[in-house]
Design a protein around this ligand. Structure first.
Ligand code: SF4
Length: 489
């Protein structure tokens, strides 16, 4: 990953002194602007034991959000190798739109021509017949060099232009990059709504007060949440990040914003400025659903008897679903999606023992309720967990199943421990209400039951790729056929 602290093209990391902010051919004012952006990121997304992402390029989070939105163009400005990786990953995950790219050379970077090239690209793209918004993302090198996206026009032909710096040295995870773009869009939309009438959502405004849902989730989850809210006279509102610009206005026009994923700091700020109360956690399991319905109902001004009615309608079926799909076993859990604490709650209510939860996301006020519940069950919760800490937990706990990121899964399998990749196999399942209560058991129990297969594989491949069989010898004399002086025996 590019690191401006060591790269000779200039720049510095978010954590370092603002007085030596990124250098740019465009002048001191831009250095200061970039430094301010990095300072805001440092405040919004506090760092942990590691000061750089340990997962994919953070910009992927924002790019993915832009690519999933209707009538939105996404343009990257950065090194070709970074853009190759980001566009590859985007299309691997099913992007339906092209990724725009404004290339640069040393010359266009230092002379300011890169900014003119971006401006020209944006001008060409800003066709109101095709787009509501154009998102331009500065990757590491243009961010460190102070390429001033804030000087792009706010709108061209009625198409909104949103320019963001999303460098790997200032944004700890790709999850938080989603928040950077979602927050910027909410801020823009809030400004438009304050100026006058704005477009209604497709299908018209909701007849009931709504609860906006913060965080990408399984497509059925918002429907489940809507059914849980119905007895209180509330409806599920849009999910943020939204799939369309006009949904942003409806999202802001909610009775309550629910930070289902707790890392949406910039987005929450926009709801708070709009005067909307924000609640944490989610309707997962019996305890989580009871508490969440009560808090949402109270913040929306719902009468106590209606809150009780909603709880009475939901909790018996959730209890029943959990009882029908028990999970037995000890599980460690780590991920970077932001739903780790919710999944852990569900696993524990299903009967599993979960001694450790690591999340790459930071501790925020909207994670506190889940943290308190998990700690009351004896769980060690590690925010901003590093890969090393997650691996150490697997080593110490020796779980029946390790749910984690790719390198955690790989390390666990090397030790004959069943493991599941959190992103593709766990977070892509329903979690809310009764539908979520039974959804994890099948995949988790099947994985735990596969332990003997891992033992067979380990036995069969014993010694392969280990020690002298790796084919890598760091000093003479290590090769099995060499003598003490490194000569062939
Ligand atoms: S833009 Fe992303 S891939 Fe490129 S150097 Fe920065 S963090 Fe790494």
């Amino acid at each position: 990953m590019f690191d401006p602290r060591t790269d000779r093209s200039g720049g510095q990391a978010a954590g370092s002194n603002a007085s030596s902010a990124p250098r740019s051919a465009c002048g001191a004012e831009i250095d200061q602007a970039t430094g301010q952006t990095l300072a805001r990121y440092a405040a919004d997304y506090p760092k942990g034991p590691h000061d750089q992402p340990q997962s994919m390029c953070p910009a992927f989070g924002a790019l993915r959000i832009g690519l999933r939105m209707r009538r939105t163009a996404s343009v990257l400005s950065g090194s070709a190798c970074c853009v190759y990786g980001l566009s590859f990953t985007s299309h691997f995950y099913g992007a339906r739109r092209p990724v725009g790219y404004v290339p640069f050379s040393s010359e266009t970077l230092v002379t300011g021509k890169l900014f003119e090239d971006i401006r020209e690209a944006v001008d060409k793209l800003a066709d109101p017949e095709q787009y509501d918004a154009v998102v331009v993302i500065n990757l590491c090198v243009p961010s460190a060099s102070g390429v001033p996206l804030r000087l792009l026009p706010r709108e061209i032909n009625g198409v909104r232009i949103i320019g963001l710096d999303i460098p790997g040295f200032g944004v700890p995870t790709h999850a938080e990059a989603k928040d950077i773009l979602a927050g910027a869009m909410l801020r823009f939309a809030r400004g438009e709504a304050e100026q006058g009438p704005v477009a209604a959502p497709r299908g018209g405004p909701s007849q009931q007060p709504t609860v906006t849902l913060l965080g990408e989730m399984f497509p059925a989850d918002p429907i489940t949440i809507g059914a849980l809210l119905a007895p209180m006279g509330l409806a599920a509102g849009p999910v943020v990040p939204t799939r369309e610009w006009r949904e942003l206005y409806a999202a802001l026009d909610c009775a309550v914003a629910a930070a289902i994923h707790p890392f949406y700091t910039a987005s929450v700020r926009e709801f708070e400025v709009a005067g909307r109360p924000v609640v944490g956690s989610a309707p997962v399991g019996v305890d989580g659903t009871a508490t969440w319905l009560a808090e949402v109902g109270e913040r929306a001004g719902v009468a106590a008897d209606k809150i009780a009615a909603a709880q009475n309608a939901a909790l018996p079926t959730i209890r029943e679903a959990l009882a029908k799909a028990p999970i037995k076993g000890r599980i460690t859990l780590s991920g970077y999606e932001g739903s780790e604490l919710l999944v852990a709650r569900l696993l524990i209510e299903s009967g599993a023992e979960v001694p450790y939860v690591g999340t790459a996301c930071p501790r925020t006020p909207w994670a506190e309720a889940d943290l308190a519940w998990l700690e009351s069950k004896g769980v060690e919760v590690n925010f901003r967990a590093s890969l090393e800490q997650d691996l150490a937990a697997v080593e110490a706990v020796k779980p029946d199943l390790a749910v984690g990121t790719t390198p955690v899964v790989q390390a666990a399998k090397e030790k004959s421990l069943p493991a599941l990749y959190f992103t593709n196999l766990i977070s892509a399942r329903p979690l809310m209400g009764a539908a979520g209560a039974g959804s994890l058991a099948q995949v988790v129990n099947a994985a735990i039951a596969s332990k003997s297969r891992f033992d067979t594989l380990t036995e069969f491949f014993a010694g392969v790729g280990e020690g002298a069989n790796t084919g890598v010898w760091t000093a003479t004399g290590q090769a099995p056929w060499a003598d003490a002086q490194g000569r062939a025996a």
